[in-house]
Design a protein around this ligand. Structure first.
Ligand SMILES: [Zn+2]
Length: 295
């Protein structure tokens, strides 16, 4: 029920499209489905400041919309959705760490990778992936958590929340120059930011993964892998200007699984970020989940 106004691309139909495609592809019935619980304030405070969390709560409208910035609005249901989206990642971490699932895909919104410690931005309110990473460190004592971000936009929020966290390694690609116009200069030594020019296609993307991401991940030996799974670098997605297709998302998911098999006891929690062409999003997520579920 979180929506940001008529015609906004980050819309509830995104999740419906994913569900429809998973059903049509015959995958849905083979998956374990769990409804996420909301994150607690204590869990959110590992990443965000109390002042920011209070600011969100105060801004939450009883009716209509309130804009946190021009692209990012709250309706009466947004805050609850944001708490549950952050909670999905936390619950995903619990499931894989307790051996109740090998990996998890969180079909949730609002997304998170643009949300900074004290700032909502780019359709994001809470830094879902950073919150999940900090949960894994605090509760399970993990010392090496890898974050892989293949959204077309730079994950400035995740970087802002984790650049001073030596237990985290973030590897990402993003179209540049492009919103949010960050990433070219990494904020910390644990940030492997790879910018790509517009119109980059699968071959260039696979080169970056093979030559830059994978060596860094082998060296880091992650105990847990979190994915900022944005699908807006898809050829058919007008939000970005890149040329990835479903096969590229399946391929990168396989590469990530190989790393997970070697170092993290196959533990992967993948969290939905962008992806705004409903058909391309649904097809790409389905291929991603097929690989994750070994179907
Ligand atoms: Zn994006």
């Amino acid at each position: 029920m979180h929506e940001m106004g008529k015609g906004h691309p980050e819309c509830p139909e995104r999740l419906a499209a994913i569900q429809d495609r998973l059903i049509a592809a015959g995958v849905w019935d083979y998956l374990l489905h769990i409804t996420a619980q909301p994150a607690t304030r204590e869990q959110l405070l590992r990443v965000h400041t109390a002042q920011y969390l209070d600011r969100l709560a105060v801004a939450s409208p009883a009716q209509g919309h309130v804009h946190m910035e021009p692209d990012t609005a709250m309706n009466p249901y947004t805050l609850n959705a944001a708490y549950h989206a952050a909670g999905a990642g936390i619950q995903g971490v619990d499931l894989v760490m307790q051996g109740k699932a090998q990996n998890v895909f969180c079909a949730m919104r609002p997304p998170g990778h643009h949300a900074e410690r004290e700032n909502a931005l780019g359709f994001c309110f809470l830094s879902n992936v950073a919150i999940a990473a900090k949960h894994a460190m605090a509760v399970y004592g993990l010392e090496r958590v890898a974050i892989i971000d293949f959204d077309v936009h730079h994950g400035n929020g995740t970087e802002d929340c984790l650049f001073d966290e030596p237990r985290a390694l973030m590897v990402s690609i993003f179209q540049h120059p492009f919103f949010p116009y960050s990433g070219e200069v990494p904020k910390g030594p644990n940030m492997l930011n790879v910018s790509m020019p517009r119109a980059s296609k699968g071959a260039e993307f696979r080169d970056v993964v093979t030559q830059q991401w994978l060596p860094a991940l082998h060296e880091f030996k992650p105990q847990l892998i979190l994915i900022s799974a944005g699908f807006d670098a898809h050829l058919e997605d007008d939000m970005g200007s890149m040329g990835l297709v479903e096969a590229d998302y399946a391929w990168v998911t396989k590469q990530i699984m190989t790393i997970a098999e070697q170092y993290s006891e196959r533990r992967i929690v993948s969290m939905l970020e962008g992806g705004y062409d409903l058909s391309a999003l649904a097809r790409s997520v389905t291929e991603h989940i097929k690989v994750l579920s070994d179907a």
